[in-house]
Write a protein that binds this ligand. Structure first.
Ligand code: ASP
Length: 605
C-alpha cells in the first residue's frame, strides 16, 4: 500500500538534525538508505540531500501500523516520518555519521513509493562501471559524494555571479543556434527546416558575440555558457562543456589577469575556505616548454628538463650526435633515487616514451657507489660524462633518462614522462594549489598537415603593439611570422589548463592582415567572420577577455580526476548518453522536412 503525501511537510533535512533537537518532534522526508531488523526493533537510515539520520521503529513503543509498514521497507523506498529526536543509548553511537549521537523514534511512518531491485548500492565508493552509473544517473546522484559535487558546482555558479556582477559585469546570453566560430574544432551542425540545405552551427564558444558586445558598448560582459566542440573524446573531454566566459573593454593583459585572479580567489575562499596567494606567478611559454616540456606545467614537483644538446654535438653516440647536428634537442630528466629501478621498470619507461612518439630512451644509472651503468656510456669520453653529470646535477642513486628527437617530440615525450614518473614515485603532494599564468605565447604556429601558418589561440588574438608595423613584412616570411608573440594568457592549475584568453584585435586593418598571414582569403574571411570584421569598422573599443573551463575547475576543487564526475548528465567517451540513448535515429518524416537523406553505415542497415 502506497501512502499519500497529503500536506505532510518536513521540518528539517535529515543531515541537519543535531543534539540541540533532542526532545523535539520532527517530520522528515527521504529515502531508506539501509534497513536493519535487530530482533524486532527496526532501524532505518533515512537519507536526503543533506545527510542521514537513524530512525527507530520499536514495536513496544511505536504504533503498530508504523511497525507493520517498517517491516516492508526496502532500500530506496521513499518515506515520510514523524517522530521524536532522542539521544542514542550509550554505546550505540555511530561516530561515522554526523548525526551519530541521535536517532528518531517513529510515531508515524508513510511509505510514499517503493523501489525496484537496485543495479548498484546507493553509497559512496562503489565499484561499478561508469556506463551503468550513467544509465541510472538518478541513483548515482543520490550517492552523497555525487550530491556534494553537484552542490559544489552550484556554489561555483553562485559565487561567480556574485563576484562578476559585483564588479560591474553584465550577464548576457548569446545564441546557441549560430554560425561557425573559430576555436579550431569541428562544429556540431543543426539542419534548418525552413531553409533546407542550410545549417546552424552550435557555438564552440561565444567568442565572436562577446567581442560584438564590446563594440555594442556593454563594457563588461559575462556568461556561464555551454560550448560545443565535435572532437574525439579521448582524454577527458566532453562534446558539450561549460565555460565562465567574460570580456572587458578598454583593458590590457593586467586588467584581465587581475579580474581572473580575483574571481578564483573569491571562489576558493568562499567555497573551500582556502586563502590563495595572489597574484599568481607567471612563466613565459618558452620557459614552460623548455623546463617542463608542456605549456601546462604542473609545478607541484620538480623533475625539470635539462638540455645536453651542446654536449651531444661532439659525442660518438650517433643517435645523440645526429639529432644535435640536425637542429633537434637532446634533453633529459634526473630521477632522484631512480637508480633502484629494475631493468623491467626502465623498459617500461622506454615503452611509455615510445607510445608518445619517441624512437627510444637512453639512460644512465649512477649507482650508490658512484659507478655508472648504462648501455651508452662507452660512447662518451670521461670529460663528456662529467659534463652530462654536471648539467643533470647527478648524484649517487640517480637515474638519468634522455630523449633525442626533433624539439617538439623531445619536449612532448619528456613532458609526459615527467608526469608519469611523478605519479609512479608518488612525488605529487596532496592539498597543494600551484597556479601559474603562461604568457608570451607565439602568435602563430606552423601546421605541418595543412602546410600553412595557423593562429595558436584563435585568429582574433592581438599581436603585440610593437609588432603591428612588421606584420606586412611577414606575409611571405614564415620565419619572421613565427617570431611574433601574442597577447594571450592561459591559467594553469596543477598541470591543467583552467582558463585562457587574450587581448583582441580591435582594428579591422590589423584583423585583415592576420587573416592574410594565416592564409584566410578576403572572401573566406567575409563569408565566415564578415559580421565581426564589419562590426570592428564601427568604433570597436580596445578589448580583451578570458574563459574558464568550469567543469575542470570544479573537478579540481572537488578533488576528482574526471570532469564527468562533476557534470550531472555527461556523455561517455564514445559521445553517448547511456541514460537517454542519445544520439539516436530520427523518424523518416523528420528527415524529409529537413531535406536530408541518410546513408546508414553498412553494418547498421
Ligand atoms: N574563446 C576562447 C576559448 O573558448 C577563450 C577566450 O579567448 O576568451 O578558448
Amino acid at each position: 500500500m502506497i501512502d499519500k503525501l497529503g500536506d505532510f511537510k518536513r521540518d528539517y533535512f535529515c543531515g541537519e538534525l543535531t543534539e540541540n533537537n533532542i526532545g523535539d518532534e520532527v517530520r522528515l522526508l527521504g529515502w531508506a538508505d539501509s534497513v536493519r531488523d535487530h530482533g524486532g526493533v527496526i532501524f532505518i537510515n533515512l537519507r536526503d540531500k543533506e545527510g542521514i539520520v537513524q530512525i527507530v521503529i520499536d514495536p513496544s513503543k511505536s504504533p503498530e501500523d508504523a511497525y507493520e509498514k517498517a517491516k516492508k521497507v526496502r532500500s530506496e523506498y521513499v518515506l515520510a516520518v514523524r517522530g521524536r529526536v532522542n539521544r542514542r543509548p550509550a554505546g550505540t553511537e555511530n561516530p561515522k555519521l554526523k548525526t551519530g549521537n541521535i536517532e528518531v523514534a517513529v510515531d508515524e511512518l508513510r511509505i510514499l513509493n517503493t523501489c525496484d531491485i537496485l543495479p548498484f548500492p546507493v553509497e559512496d565508493k562503489i565499484n561499478v562501471n561508469e556506463e551503468t552509473r550513467l544509465k541510472y544517473r538518478y541513483l548515482d546522484i543520490r550517492r552523497p559524494e555525487m550530491m556534494r559535487r553537484l552542490i559544489l558546482r552550484h556554489e561555483v555558479y553562485q559565487a561567480t555571479r556574485e563576484y562578476l556582477a559585483g564588479h560591474g559585469f553584465l550577464e548576457v546570453e548569446t545564441p546557441m543556434l549560430t554560425k561557425s566560430t573559430p576555436e579550431g574544432a569541428r562544429d556540431f551542425l543543426v539542419p534548418s527546416r525552413l531553409e533546407n540545405g542550410k545549417f546552424y552551427a552550435l557555438p564552440q564558444s561565444p567568442q565572436l558575440f562577446k567581442q560584438i558586445l564590446m563594440v555594442a558598448g556593454i563594457e563588461r560582459y559575462f556568461q556561464i555558457v555551454k560550448c560545443f566542440r565535435d572532437e574525439d573524446l579521448r582524454k577527458d573531454r566532453q562534446p558539450e562543456f561549460t565555460q565562465i566566459d567574460f570580456e572587458l573593454s578598454f583593458v590590457n593583459e593586467e586588467d584581465v589577469i587581475a579580474v581572473s585572479e580575483g574571481l578564483v580567489h573569491h571562489l576558493f575562499k568562499k567555497i573551500l575556505g582556502i586563502e590563495l596567494n595572489v597574484p599568481f606567478r607567471r612563466m613565459s611559454y618558452d620557459e614552460a616548454i623548455n623546463k617542463y616540456g608542456t605549456d601546462k606545467p604542473d609545478l607541484r614537483y620538480g623533475l625539470e628538463l635539462k638540455d645536453i644538446t651542446y654536449i651531444s654535438k661532439n659525442v660518438d653516440f650517433k643517435v645523440f650526435r645526429s639529432v644535435a647536428e640536425s637542429g633537434g634537442l637532446v634533453k633529459g630528466i634526473n630521477i632522484k633515487g631512480g637508480a633502484k629501478f629494475s631493468r623491467k621498470e626502465i623498459d617500461e619507461l622506454t615503452e611509455f616514451a615510445q607510445k608518445f612518439g619517441a624512437k627510444g630512451m637512453a639512460w644512465i644509472k649512477v649507482n650508490e657507489d658512484g659507478s655508472l651503468q648504462s648501455p651508452i656510456i662507452k660512447f662518451f669520453t670521461e670529460e663528456q660524462i662529467q659534463q652530462i653529470k654536471n648539467t643533470m646535477e647527478a648524484e649517487n642513486n640517480d637515474l638519468l633518462i634522455f630523449i633525442a628527437d626533433a624539439p617538439e617530440t623531445t619536449h612532448r615525450v619528456l613532458g609526459f614522462l615527467r608526469k608519469h614518473i611523478a605519479e609512479k614515485m608518488n612525488l605529487i603532494p596532496e592539498g597543494k594549489w600551484e597556479f601559474v599564468w603562461i604568457v608570451d605565447f607565439p602568435l602563430l604556429e606552423w601546421d605541418e598537415e595543412e602546410g600553412r601558418l595557423v593562429a595558436l589561440h584563435h585568429p582574433f588574438t592581438s599581436p603585440r603593439e610593437e609588432d603591428m608595423d612588421r606584420l606586412d613584412d611577414a606575409i611571405n616570411n614564415k620565419e619572421l611570422a613565427l617570431e611574433f608573440k601574442s597577447r594571450a594568457y592561459d591559467l594553469v592549475l596543477n598541470g591543467e589548463e583552467i582558463a585562457g584568453g587574450s587581448i583582441r584585435i580591435h582594428r579591422p586593418d590589423i584583423q585583415k592582415k592576420i587573416f592574410e598571414l594565416i592564409g584566410i582569403s578576403d572572401e573566406e574571411a567575409e563569408e565566415r567572420f564578415g559580421f565581426l570584421v564589419n562590426a570592428l569598422k564601427f568604433g570597436a573599443p580596445p578589448h580583451g577577455g578570458l574563459a574558464f573551463g568550469l567543469d575542470r575547475l570544479v573537478a579540481l576543487m572537488a578533488g576528482v580526476d574526471s570532469i564527468r564526475e562533476v557534470i550531472a548528465f555527461p556523455k561517455t567517451q564514445k559521445g553517448i548518453c547511456p541514460l537517454t540513448g542519445a544520439p539516436d535515429y530520427v523518424r523518416e518524416e523528420q528527415l524529409e522536412e529537413l531535406g536530408i537523406e541518410v546513408e546508414l553505415p553498412e553494418e547498421e542497415t
